[in-house]
Design a protein around this ligand. Structure first.
Ligand code: AVI
Length: 327
């Protein structure tokens, strides 16, 4: 049963949906037992990893955050026309709520539902939004993406619109992306919409550079996943014996990140001995890039119709408004 309580900021209503806990040890060992060892990208995001991600977004080669911010700032008025009056804006995985703050003056929604898996982070971010927009009704919901169908969405006469910026969709496999957008379509209903940031398929050199910044911040972010495992499993990875690899796989249209073992070695993870051959990799992230047609097809198959697309001056990144279509 969800708990409803008043959060630190009295203007924010807080609901804890108790997101399901996963067996992290089983998940990591399961990934390491595959012929191609894999590790979920969620292990990037401990405190250090979140700071490194913020630093990535400031690297000259990493364009997605800058490009999306520019679009949201410049097109907020046009986006507001698509939302209509009294909208309920729902943001799954809202994090710092930094992007929505670029829109709220123009959008003037009746309600903002901020959802995140990290309760502390969520309450802090929602409190900051409440301070900046004191007249906005704010619901903070601690939940994960599997709980979209149970969100306590306030009643309103306006449209429900899910805001999903940051090209987070790119970190989902095609099957996951389809499941996620279908759940979003169910959540927003027949009159609803989706405002989403999607990174575009483009020249390999631009993508390779974006995930191999000169300053080595993306490398540190990738390697930090091993330091994180050392703490939580525990494990004894020596990060000097692994290196960062990232490249655009043009056939699959995704940037792949890997951690390459620099020698034959054995690592202990939660009491299990895991062997690595020199050159063997742990596949730690996929970041899918979409052509317009590919995204259009995904939207259609999940019950949406692309109504508008906005892009930055160099056409690197797209923000789409999709309207619910009959299913
Ligand atoms: C969070 N996500 C959209 C980022 C991306 O570009 O796929 C994560 C990232 N990985 C390396 N750099 C940034």
């Amino acid at each position: 049963m969800p708990n409803t309580a008043t959060a630190i900021d009295p203007r924010v209503t807080y609901t804890n949906m108790h997101p399901p806990r996963h067996d992290l040890v089983a998940e990591v060992l399961g990934g390491f037992s595959q012929p191609q060892k894999t590790l979920s990208p969620k292990f990037f995001y401990d405190e250090q990893g979140s700071q490194l991600f913020e630093a990535i977004t400031e690297q000259p080669e990493y364009y997605p955050t800058r490009s999306e911010r520019m679009v949201l700032r410049n097109k907020a008025g046009e986006i507001a026309d698509h939302l209509g009056p009294d909208a309920t804006l729902i943001e799954p995985g809202c994090g710092s709520c930094e992007k929505v703050r670029l829109l709220l003056d123009a959008l003037q929604p009746a309600h903002y539902l901020a959802m995140d898996i990290s309760a502390d982070f969520l309450l802090n971010s929602a409190g900051e939004v409440a301070q900046a927009f004191p007249d906005l009704d704010i619901q903070a919901v601690c939940a994960d993406f599997s709980q979209l169908d149970q969100l306590p969405v306030p009643d309103s006469s306006g449209r429900r619109v899910v805001f999903f910026p940051g090209s987070t969709l790119g970190n989902f496999s095609p099957a996951m992306a389809q499941r996620f957008l279908s759940a979003v379509r169910h959540l927003v209903g027949d009159d609803g919409g989706l405002l989403i940031g999607v990174d575009r398929h483009k020249d390999t050199r631009i993508l390779d550079a974006a995930y191999n910044d000169q300053a080595g911040v993306t490398a540190a972010f990738n390697l930090n996943a091993l330091t994180h495992l050392n703490r939580i499993l525990p494990a004894d990875f020596d990060t000097n014996r692994f290196s960062h690899r990232a490249f655009y796989n043009t056939d699959a249209r995704r940037v792949e990140m890997h951690l390459r073992s620099e020698c034959d070695q054995m690592v202990h993870c939660a009491g299990e001995a895991i062997t690595f051959r020199e050159g063997e990799t742990i596949h730690s992230e996929n970041s899918y890039k979409y052509t317009h047609d590919q995204f259009d097809r995904l939207a259609r198959t999940t019950g949406f119709r692309v109504e508008s697309e906005w892009s930055d001056a160099q056409s690197l990144f797209s923000v789409y408004f999709c309207r619910a279509a009959p299913v």
